[in-house]
Design a protein around this ligand. Structure first.
Ligand code: NAP
Ligand code: ZN
Length: 355
């Protein structure tokens, strides 16, 4: 391709193949583009859902698939019209790389709801055809409007997961008014869940963690929880009936949502950010009694993502990461399925040079 160059990446060739080294095209930066050398990329459970085509009914996977939407890196080149970034800047890219900029959602800074939004991977690529390729790669080229600035004090490996796990938990907590004096639940202490605990704690709320993994209890307290409930223990659950203002559900697999709806106080809300493969049955009475509500939330807009990064800079918040070379990505996926992650894998992209 004339207007493109080859980048190194890890891709999956099908829903059942492991990720492996590959070469992919990236466009040469146009006037408004920033070219970024990727330093770290977090592993989100969404990467796994997408690679294994678990969301086939909503967003079927196009192969080869290069996942990764928790990207931090350094600017290597800028287009002639780029004003916000220059070579050498530390920058980040999250789950979106473009939108139409004209729809009512975009005008409100809510690009995540734009009907023409382009996801970082597995979306139609307007420039090169085919689909977009994500951050399991040595470089990426992105319109400057979708590039974020990383506060200088943050560790880069730990900052990468802020671009999805961070904004996806920060945004609904801001929307639903998580503040001092509120009792907040976080269900599932994985990548998203552990960020939710850090944010809810920093926002001054009383935080209760629900986990299926008793061995995560000490960590939950260290991350900022005031109480920890092992959710498989019915007695521990009942103690909290009717008491929560807000619960964030960040579970990646099938589980009983009614057990959590019943823990909400009158007019309380549960927001699902976890996106399990199969539908979750909801009892009408869990909602009717107490006028409770159940909603969902996708990532967050660009302005709010920058706000979240700046909040993290101010409070010195990053993800707790296990840094791995790209060659261990398949092993990391297997561990995600066993809830064996403390609490985000972050790929050191320098490891891709060896491929
Ligand atoms: P993760 O790191 O794998 O964490 C998921 C956690 O869920 C696990 O650590 C575990 O916590 C709990 N869990 C797993 N299996 C369970 C089961 N069978 N029953 C009850 N709890 C279980 O995943 P993640 O990256 O945080 O992502 C979580 C979910 O959010 C995924 O479905 C992902 O696709 C979705 N997501 C959505 C958005 C969005 O925009 N809405 C953005 C990013 C990700 P414990 O060990 O504490 O029980
Ligand atoms: Zn994600």
């Amino acid at each position: 391709m004339k207007n493109a160059y080859n980048a190194k990446a890890y891709s999956a060739a099908s829903a059942t193949s492991p990720l492996a080294a590959d070469a992919i095209p990236r466009r040469n930066p146009t006037d408004h583009d920033v070219q970024i050398e990727i330093l770290f990329c977090g592993i989100c459970h969404s990467d796994l859902h997408q690679v294994r085509n678990e969301w086939r009914e909503v967003m079927p996977t196009v192969y080869p698939c290069v996942p990764g939407h928790e990207i931090v890196g350094r600017v290597t080149k800028t287009g002639s019209a780029v004003t916000r970034y220059k070579e050498g800047d530390l920058v980040a890219v999250g789950c979106m790389v473009d939108s139409d900029h004209t729809c009512p959602n975009c005008r409100e800074g809510l690009e995540q709801f734009c009907p023409n939004m382009t996801l970082t991977y597995n979306s139609p690529d307007k420039h090169l055809g085919g689909v977009t390729y994500g951050g399991y790669s040595d470089s990426i080229v992105v319109d400057e409007r979708f590039v974020l600035r990383v506060p200088k004090n943050l560790d880069l490996a730990g900052a990468a997961p802020l671009l999805c796990a961070g904004i996806t938990t920060y945004s609904p907590m801001r929307h639903w008014g998580v503040t001092k004096g509120k009792k907040i639940g976080v269900v599932g202490l994985g990548g998203l869940g552990h960020m939710a605990v850090k944010f809810a704690h920093a926002l001054g709320a009383h935080v209760v963690v629900f986990t299926t993994s008793p061995n995560k209890k000490d960590d939950a307290f260290r991350l900022g929880a005031d109480e920890v409930v092992v959710s498989r223990n019915a007695d521990e659950m009942t103690k909290h009936t009717g008491s929560f203002d807000f619960i964030l559900d960040a579970v990646s697999a099938d589980h009983d949502i009614n057990a959590y709806l019943n823990l909400l106080r009158r007019d309380g809300n549960i927001t699902l950010v976890g996106a399990p493969e199969k539908p979750l049955p909801v009892s009408a009475f869990s909602l009717i009694m107490g006028r409770r509500s159940l909603s969902g939330s996708p990532i967050g807009g660009i302005a709010e993502t920058q706000e979240m990064l700046d909040f993290c800079g101010k409070h010195n918040i990053t993800a707790d990461v296990e840094v791995i070379p790209i060659q261990k990505v398949n092993e990391a996926y297997d561990r995600l399925l066993k809830s064996d992650v403390k609490y985000r894998f972050s790929i050191d992209m320098a490891s891709l040079k060896a491929e």
